[in-house]
Design a binder for this molecule. Structure first.
Ligand code: FAD
Length: 622
């Protein structure tokens, strides 16, 4: 199998990686078994006291509190959600003095919050540009059709029928003192042309029309839209608590050309775009005028081959979990559609090449050394070209420029698809919010500093506790007794989900968030009977004052392709088991399936996996 040639600014080493090398000879029965149960023995070390950790290092207190929290959650869901009846249907009535909570976002942290928050005590309005929750760990699978988009998205109104309203729009400004947030509603022209009488030419949401926003303040201070620019209306929402769970955007703007030319993988739209682009590349590379046979002997033949290969070379930037899993999925996809004898694009078998560009010396830096090594060998054995210690200097429409940190020579790689999986930046609203907060609110990487109750600093004591920040956008140092220099909590779905649930409990319990630590209010004679019960339960648990947020890590999972995965199972800071291979893959799938919010999605995903196994991935270009 031949590889892509790279044009360079100074003689780079020729790339010799085969895209799909011939499979190695089959492993013996013993090897196969060892691979299946491939596991580190950290659990033995742990329990035999020969590891730096011991069973006493497990945070038993946190575990016990989590268990009791779960019991409380179950009860709270029954009391606070009107047992399946929607408030808007007038079937039941919430308390009259409910606090208004505006939740920005429908991602991991917002979704976890809304699922648990009591609509008896809280009037909940959710604002987000998308009306669904996306199971982000499956975006890579959706980009190549292993699962369908609709199987891993949950409409927020369906999973949370009790919220007071969902507003499709984007927060663009906030008045911290007046407790108001400004929301630009999604312009209808990007949703459907029917609103403009152009249904047949309606732009698809994949290509929203560019909108110029200009906010104009009316004489009475109310924000009105500048209709001349076609922007969506802007409305103001008042809140008692604003929950900022807006996540992050790609940090691609740090590299020249990356913002314009890189595909992202953050939303279901991103994964749809990528799938479209891959399908397009395969069809383009199959055209007669990019085949050697189309031209007589001469340089055009070489040109046709180069052009075909350029279209089928894909660069993934970033060797963290997203980049590694995406390479695994891409590799599975191309092996199926190009590499197998009955693949629809088997004529392109020798032309595909996936390159993973990573700035560090190890893939998956958050994982144990042994698993990092396995990730590298797994990808390389599948023909993925992994460039470690390599910096991305520039991205163009049909090339990238990279530089090996050791060799120091810049190399230009001609290609058509570059995917950014390397780091996050704040969304514009966060900059707007930070501009109103005191200096100490500015956290690392443009994030917002919070205390252990997820409150950010505010300009006045009166507004303290009114803005709560969760998930990827918050910055809170990890409580870790082993860390010499504590680091911020990682930007993961695990942290985001646990914080959403933590905050819902804190608000359900009625803690006074203006105090530090937040404490239960005085009990009054008219307190509802279910509140008295909750209060007694909290007092019995010693929780008259709110405990701070404790992150309980359960470990890390990563898919590396060919039905193999890496699992690092942990309890807090204590590593329990490391697995890799097929068993790890089974655990990876089990976790992803059980983590789905609805039985509907569990069924759809299980079906998608079966369909992929039996019939392959769908390559229809819609
Ligand atoms: C491809 C991929 C794979 C991943 N895999 C894993 C994994 O395996 N395990 C893991 O733990 N983590 C994983 N993560 C990380 C995880 O998805 C994030 O840490 C998590 O989504 C953070 O949750 P969040 O609620 O802070 O933000 P998000 O889930 O990003 O949600 C942000 C929400 O805010 C909305 N929003 C944005 N701007 C505004 C605005 N101005 N106003 C209102 N709403 C707004 C967005 O539309 C979105 O609904 C992965 C991430 C990606 C991209």
């Amino acid at each position: 199998m031949t590889a892509m040639t790279s044009s360079t600014t100074a003689d780079p080493p020729a790339t010799t990686t085969d895209a799909y090398p011939s499979p190695p000879s089959p492993p013996s029965e013993e090897d196969r078994f060892l691979k299946m149960v491939s596991t580190e023995t950290s659990y033995k070390r742990l329990f035999m006291d020969v590891s730096p950790y011991s069973v006493t290092d497990i945070e038993w207190r946190v575990l016990l509190q989590r268990l009791l929290d779960n019991i409380e959650d179950g009860q709270q869901k029954r009391n606070g959600k009107f047992e399946g009846r929607s408030i808007s249907q007038g079937m039941d009535s919430p308390r009259e003095d409910r606090r208004t909570v505006v939740v920005l976002g429908t991602g991991w942290s917002a979704h976890a919050f809304v699922k648990l928050a009591s609509t008896y005590d809280l009037r909940i309005v959710v604002v987000s540009p998308v009306n669904h929750f996306v199971f982000t760990p499956m975006l890579a699978s959706a980009a190549v059709g292993t699962v369908e988009y609709r199987s891993m998205t949950e409409p927020i109104r369906v999973t949370n029928p009790h919220i007071d309203n969902f507003v499709e729009g984007r927060a663009i400004g906030v008045d911290v003192a007046a407790r108001k947030v400004q929301v630009q509603l999604t312009p209808m022209s990007t949703v459907t042309g029917a609103f403009r009488g152009l249904a047949s030419e309606a732009p698809c949401r994949l290509d929203p029309e560019p909108v110029q926003t200009e906010i104009v303040y009316g004489p009475d201070g109310i924000v009105v839209r500048d209709a001349s620019k076609g922007a969506g209306d802007v409305i103001e929402l008042s809140y008692d608590h604003l929950i900022c769970a807006v996540g992050t955007a790609s940090r691609s703007s740090i590299v020249r050309g990356a913002k314009e030319h890189c595909f992202n993988l953050k939303t279901s739209q991103d994964s749809k775009r990528l799938r479209t682009a891959i399908g397009e590349a395969l069809e383009y590379a199959s055209r007669p005028n990019v085949q050697e046979y189309y031209y007589p002997e001469g340089p055009m033949r070489e040109f046709a081959r180069e052009e075909r290969r350029r279209r089928l070379r894909i660069a993934v930037i970033g060797g963290g979990p997203t980049g590694v899993e995406l390479c695994g999925e891409l590799s599975d996809f191309f092996r199926q559609v190009c590499g197998s004898p009955d693949g629809a694009y088997q004529h392109l078998r020798d032309d595909v090449l996936i390159t993973l560009v990573h700035g560090g010396s190890d893939l998956l830096p958050a994982m144990d050394r042994e698993l990092r090594r396995k990730a590298l060998s797994a990808l390389r054995s599948q023909g993925v070209e992994v460039r470690l210690n390599t910096r991305l200097n520039e991205v163009g429409r049909d090339y990238i420029k990279i530089k090996d940190k050791g060799v120091g020579v810049e190399e230009t790689i001609p290609l058509a698809i570059t995917i950014w999986a390397a780091g996050n930046a704040p969304v514009p609203f966060v900059r707007e919010l930070l501009s109103q907060l005191p200096e100490e609110a500015k956290g690392s990487g443009g994030r917002i500093n919070v205390d252990r109750w997820l409150r950010c600093p505010t300009p006045t004591p009166e507004t303290f506790g009114s803005i709560l920040v969760l998930g990827d956008v918050m910055c809170l140092e990890k409580q870790n007794k082993y860390d010499v220099t504590p680091e911020p909590l990682p930007q993961t779905a695990q942290v985001a989900g646990q914080q959403g649930a933590f905050l819902a409990r804190m608000l359900n319990r009625g803690y006074d968030l203006s105090r530090t630590p937040p404490a239960l209010p005085e009990e009054t004679s008219d307190s509802a009977s279910n509140y008295s019960l909750l209060r007694a339960w909290l007092v019995a648990r010693g929780l008259e004052e709110a405990p701070g947020f404790d992150f309980l890590s359960l470990g890390l999972l990563a898919y590396v392709g060919q039905e193999e995965a890496l699992n690092q199972v942990m309890l807090g800071d204590v590593p329990l088991f490391n697995y890799s291979g097929k068993i790890a893959f089974a655990l990876w799938r089990t976790v992803y399936l059980t983590k789905q919010a609805s039985t509907r999605n569990q069924a759809l995903i299980a079906f998608d996996w079966l369909r992929t196994e039996a019939f392959g991935r769908d390559i229809t270009r819609l």
